[in-house]
Write a protein that binds this ligand. Structure first.
Ligand SMILES: [Mg+2]
Length: 223
């Protein structure tokens, strides 16, 4: 029997791609930069690769923020201080929360049945701020973020910390819902937590998780 939900935020209930795109455009505007079309795929590739290195424990999180703009600007030939751009970007991102389709309905449905705990690799006040703006904060029992725990998904320490704070609820009575096969699904599975993969981009990897959905609305049939 399922008794608690661990829930990823970015690209699960908030559309991080759209939220960050808006925040980048606003930051560029403020910085007086015109970003060429080519910038966005370059930045995405560099950013994803840095986050993957972080998940593998190869770099500290701070390194992502120090390197991503500098390297992306460098590749497209823009001269601008990457650290300053990160500040402008983060300031905007705190106030930007584009909802994933079906997220509000899902949160309402789940919150009437289970306590929902956010489990996210991020800075806690930024995530709470975005959840408030999206009007999702009211559905959340508590926040577990890499920032306040000191460990990140997919480490065992992260998930064990969450389980230790679920007050008597066992791993197999808990479901981790998220879009990342590495951070959310593989990590939770190793701790015996049940897993529901939001396969947003239809990668369709078999046996990766206990359940797989491509639309958040399908979750109501499962949980
Ligand atoms: Mg995610």
């Amino acid at each position: 029997m399922i008794k608690a939900i661990l829930l990823d935020v970015d690209d699960t209930i908030l559309d991080f791609h759209q939220s960050s795109l808006q925040s980048i455009l606003q930051a560029a505007d403020k910085a007086g930069l015109e970003l060429p079309e080519a910038f966005f795929p370059v930045f995405t590739r560099i950013n994803v690769s840095l986050w993957e290195s972080y998940e593998r424990g190869e770099i500290e999180r701070q390194e992502i923020f120090e390197r991503r703009w500098k390297e992306a600007f460098g590749e497209v030939g823009i001269e601008f201080d990457g650290i300053l751009f990160e500040k402008l970007f983060r300031h905007n991102l705190r106030q930007c929360a584009v909802r994933e389709p079906g997220a509000e309905r899902l949160l309402k449905y789940l919150s009437e049945r289970y306590p929902i705990y956010v489990a996210s690799n991020t800075v806690i006040d930024q995530q709470v701020s975005r959840m408030i703006i999206a009007n999702f904060h009211k559905y959340i029992t508590a926040y577990f973020t890499s920032d306040n725990i000191g460990f990140a998904k997919p480490s065992q320490e992260f998930f064990r910390y969450c389980l230790n704070h679920l007050k008597g609820i066992r791993a197999d009575e808990t479901v981790m819902i998220g879009d990342s096969l590495t951070a959310d699904i593989a990590g939770a599975r190793k701790c015996g937590i049940r897993t529901l993969w939001y396969d947003k981009y239809g990668k369709n990897v078999s046996d990766a998780a206990d359940w797989r959905v491509t639309d958040l609305a399908e979750i109501e049939k499962i949980l």
